[in-house]
Design a protein around this ligand. Structure first.
Ligand SMILES: [Zn+2]
Length: 375
């Protein structure tokens, strides 16, 4: 099915429902797919809906966001301590590692590309998932003209929770290991959605409030890099990918840490004005000596950054634990089962305790996995 048919189908579903949560899901889906079509072929696309986002929908979306903020403020001190402990040690350890040195990608043939990918998927018992994606969904290799759209990610997935359809998009695709890693990340999201059995309201809570939306995608990435290192497949490239992965982790954890240091009033004031940025800048400068971190933060700060950044920060952290038990115990691991069940719930620090996800344990696993690339 092509994109305009998918949008038409979603519009039909939208008309047929009075359920506000279903409407939110469909509106978001249509909006994202329209944006994608626009960035692929600007100005050629007609607008499919006349009036997007009615007031009732916006109100409910705001409510989800409001609840997320409440949960964030309630757990702010916990996040702060938790991330601080992890950052203090990983920053030190990472400075001992060789400088990130982007290894050139070796060009693969299409056959080689899918051979490595399917061997990897087989090694983690997920060959059926890959077959399903290739046969029933689509992987789009795209070049985005509009540089502003989705500029931060090299890939993304658009999922329609109502009819369970999804498409994967990989930017600037080539048959090489970097594109494969991007694809593996998105396959992790597909796995997340394929195994998510919940109603529309729960799905929206997961979408707007949870910090667990990047856990499986990061777990797949970690498993893939580990598979390459263990099997000696483009070892140097794999090492540089691991370094890059850890540097990105550090950046997103630092951002989240900074957010946890801001006071409530600053966080809740939605006006994105200059004064606010100045206040935030002062606040951050008190805590951070690294000017680069501060400047980056000021430049990119936005109110909506909280769920997004925490998704990446906790995604990095929890995925390390899941990857470890996956490699040790396989799918039957207790932690994997528990996480799968609880992931749709809002953040609860007790849950991390139950899963034995602590800074100390994180650092142990972190050291174990970077051991192989130490000089
Ligand atoms: Zn992702």
């Amino acid at each position: 099915m092509n994109f305009s048919n998918k949008i038409k189908e979603a519009c039909k579903l939208l008309k047929a429902t009075n359920n506000i949560d279903k409407k939110i899901i469909l509106e978001n889906y249509i909006n994202n797919l329209e944006n994608t079509m626009n960035s692929l072929a600007p100005k050629k696309i007609k607008q499919y809906r006349k009036i997007p986002y009615t007031e009732k929908i916006l109100e409910k979306m705001f409510y989800y966001h409001y609840e997320m903020m409440e949960n964030f403020i309630e757990n702010k001190e916990f996040h702060k301590n938790f991330l601080d402990q992890i950052l203090t040690i990983t920053e030190k350890e990472q400075s001992k590692l060789p400088q990130e040195n982007r290894k050139e990608d070796i060009k693969l043939t299409k056959k080689e590309f899918y051979y490595i990918l399917s061997s990897f998927m087989k090694s983690i018992n997920k060959e059926k998932l890959l077959d399903n994606i290739i046969n029933n969904h689509q992987i789009h290799k795209i070049n985005i003209n509009d540089k502003d759209t989705y500029k931060t990610d090299s890939g993304y997935i658009l999922y329609n929770h109502i009819n369970k359809d999804y498409d994967i998009f990989i930017k600037d695709f080539s048959y090489n290991i970097s594109s494969m890693l991007t694809l593996v990340h998105e396959i992790g999201h597909a796995y997340d959605y394929e195994t998510l059995e919940c109603d529309s309201a729960t799905y929206n809570k997961y979408y707007f409030q949870s910090y667990y939306g990047e856990v499986y995608s990061k777990m797949f990435e970690r498993l893939f890099i580990s598979y390459m290192l263990k099997n000696n497949i483009e070892k140097y490239k794999a090492e540089s990918l691991l370094l890059e992965f850890e540097n990105n982790s550090l950046a997103s954890m630092s951002f989240s840490y900074i957010l946890s240091c801001l006071d409530e009033q600053l966080l809740c004031n939605q006006n994105d004005d200059k004064n606010k940025k100045k206040k935030i800048a002062n606040k951050i400068s008190e805590q951070f000596t690294n000017k680069n971190v501060v400047n980056q933060f000021i430049k990119n700060y936005h109110f909506m950054m909280i769920p997004e950044n925490y998704n990446y920060a906790y995604g990095n952290i929890i995925s390390l634990f899941l990857k470890d038990v996956y490699e040790e115990e396989g799918l039957s691991s207790n932690l994997l089962k528990q996480f799968s069940k609880k992931r749709v719930e809002v953040f609860n620090k007790k849950e991390l305790d139950n899963w034995e996800i602590t800074p100390n344990q994180y650092i142990k696993l972190y050291k174990k996995q970077i051991h192989s690339i130490k000089k």
